[in-house]
Design a protein around this ligand. Structure first.
Ligand code: GLN
Length: 556
């Protein structure tokens, strides 16, 4: 039997960054999977860091952690959410990884006698990494490969050269180039402008790549004339010019590009037979996201509140949990340093739920701790994630156990009560890259806990990214004061989940549940947190209704 030919789709970007290349790539992958194809998807990041784990979120946004513990670009989060599959380290490759592999090989003598160069050594390594993902549990039908950055960047040149070579190697019907560009609307001219698109497609052609499909990100639908103009200048048929108009929710993109016929074009170009498929379930999800019945306010007390990309998966997890609760989750970004200055009341009084996300470093920590204490006092549903769980532990120890200087060893070396301490295996680690406790670990849940009720099962697995942990020396003193440990790693005894039962909904988790939430299945803890926030809001409204006549009576 002859070997099946893998098909390649390369997605490049032009004009400006942040056009949503990751979501576009994920949406194409989603549609092709719905057509019955086995799809794998990969992102190349042109920076020299080996992975984004050593970058500041201001530089890079969220670090998305996979099951296998690799720290990856946040686009991998979109891929997993749209494809509903677990990806691996092979799905996100950086220039740093490519170069360190080639340099290590050179030192071993693998290229003895040769001058090691960008072409062919670096480009060959890139091509090998692309081809490698053509096999996962058997052969893949289509590989979608997104090239990070924007055409014209110096850093992405070797990647573009590598994909050009793949185009040549496998031929037109096996390789498709999609170029995502911006078609801006210029107010003063009262029309959309195609020139930036023309230039970026031209720039791609100079490298030797002819885009087959132009995906135009634009604020308003493109007329036939505009598509014809873009087609003419960019050397494609007007039907290959696809409008990606701005939408309310990213989950609408697959529906939109399907209506524009993009998946059909892809199948025709790659000579793949089409399969009947439906998008009814997906349309229902989008509908629920767009027109919910209820609304809740959730306060997120964090450090990078000006940069929403730093909390991408949390935002998405709330979209999913909102859809399942028929609720619009309004997120309020509160800088924990502001809470330190003004106290929590000003920012949290109107909130129906309080979430403290993951984070590193001391800045704003006391604000987070006072936010937890406020949520405890006012009985506002509380959800702590990773650092948030650690802050909850500190707040509890200070408030109920009389451990006034309770702290984390991350923030205070002088505290006599490090209720959060450095993990034993972390103590000897000096390297910073990929050295945290990373990836999926098992956790056993206590029956009748909020966590157990949410998950509906006893054993779960969640993803991690941390160095510090709950200090088990304080287990007795905290649990005697009403603190509950409801999730523990069965192999290491590491505390994974804490709860405070004397409260409507108070859960802290050492892991990152947001990384596994999907539009088709909201994460159980986010789902239950939103439900609790909704109940809190309704109770508040009820008590206001009851107290109103009482107030009137009191006045008389
Ligand atoms: N800084 C904390 C730790 O390293 C929490 C990490 C996180 O929130 N991801 O343990």
């Amino acid at each position: 039997m002859s070997k099946k030919q893998v098909k390649y789709i390369f997605v490049t970007g032009g004009v400006v960054s942040s056009l949503g290349k990751g979501v576009a790539s994920a949406s194409i992958a989603f549609l092709l999977k719905r057509h019955g194809l086995k799809v794998n998807i990969q992102k190349f990041d042109p920076y020299i860091n080996v992975d984004p784990g050593t970058m500041n979120p201001f530089q890079h946004g969220e670090v998305f952690v996979l099951e296998d513990g690799s720290e990856t670009d946040l686009d991998l989060g979109h891929y997993e959410r749209f494809l509903d599959e677990n990806l691996t380290k092979d799905n996100n490759i950086t220039t740093g990884q490519i170069y360190s592999t080639v340099i290590n090989r050179e030192r071993k003598g693998d290229y003895l006698g040769a001058t090691v160069q960008v072409v062919p050594h670096i480009t060959n390594e890139i091509k090998d990494r692309i081809k490698k993902i053509g096999k996962i549990n058997g052969e893949v039908d289509v590989i979608i490969c997104e090239i990070g950055g924007t055409v014209g960047d110096i850093e992405s040149l070797p990647f573009l050269e590598a994909i050009r070579q793949i185009g040549l190697e496998y031929g037109h019907e096996n390789v498709l180039f999609i170029h995502l560009t911006l078609v801006p609307f210029i107010d003063s001219a009262g029309e959309v402008k195609t020139k930036p698109t023309q230039h970026s497609v031209k720039e791609l052609r100079e490298i030797g790549i002819q885009a087959d499909i132009i995906l135009c990100r634009t604020p308003r639908p493109l007329s036939r004339e505009i598509k014809e103009k873009i087609g003419l200048f960019c050397n494609v048929s007007p039907k290959n010019v696809i409008t990606a108009v701005d939408v309310e929710t990213i989950y609408e993109i697959p529906l939109l590009i399907h209506e524009e016929g993009l998946d059909q074009l892809v199948l025709e170009h790659l000579k793949i037979g089409k399969n009947n498929f439906q998008l009814r379930d997906w349309k229902e999800i989008v509908q629920r996201i767009k027109s919910p019945l209820h609304q809740v306010n959730i306060g997120i007390c964090g450090k990078y509140t000006n940069l929403k990309d730093a909390y991408k998966s949390i935002i998405e997890a709330f979209v999913h949990a909102g859809a399942e609760n028929d609720t619009k989750v309004e997120l309020h970004w509160i800088s924990s340093e502001e809470i330190e200055k003004d106290g929590p009341q000003k920012y949290l009084a109107e909130m129906d739920g309080v979430l403290i996300p993951g984070g590193f470093g001391e800045r704003g920590i006391e604000g987070k701790i006072s936010a937890v204490q406020y949520a405890i006092e006012k009985k506002i549903p509380f959800f702590g994630i990773c650092l948030g769980m650690q802050c909850a532990t500190i707040a509890f120890a200070r408030k109920f156990c009389d451990l006034r200087d309770a702290n984390s060893a991350e923030f205070s070396t002088s505290s006599t009560n490090p209720v959060i301490d450095l993990m034993e295996e972390q103590k000897k680690i000096t390297l910073k890259g990929a050295s945290m406790r990373l990836g999926a670990y098992t956790c056993v849940l206590e029956k009748n806990s909020l966590a157990h009720k949410a998950y509906g099962q006893e054993k779960i697995s969640e993803r991690h990214r941390h160095r510090y942990e709950f200090n088990n020396k304080y287990k007795d003193v905290l649990t005697k004061a009403g603190f509950k440990i409801t999730g523990v790693n069965p192999d290491t005894n590491l505390v994974e989940i804490i709860e405070y039962p004397n409260h409507p909904w108070f859960v802290g988790v050492q892991f990152h549940p947001e990384l596994k939430s999907k539009p088709t299945k909201a994460h159980p803890l986010f789902r239950e947190f939103v439900k609790a926030a909704l109940q809190h809001k309704n109770l508040k409204l009820d008590s206001q209704l009851i107290s109103e006549p009482e107030k009137v009576a009191a006045k008389k």
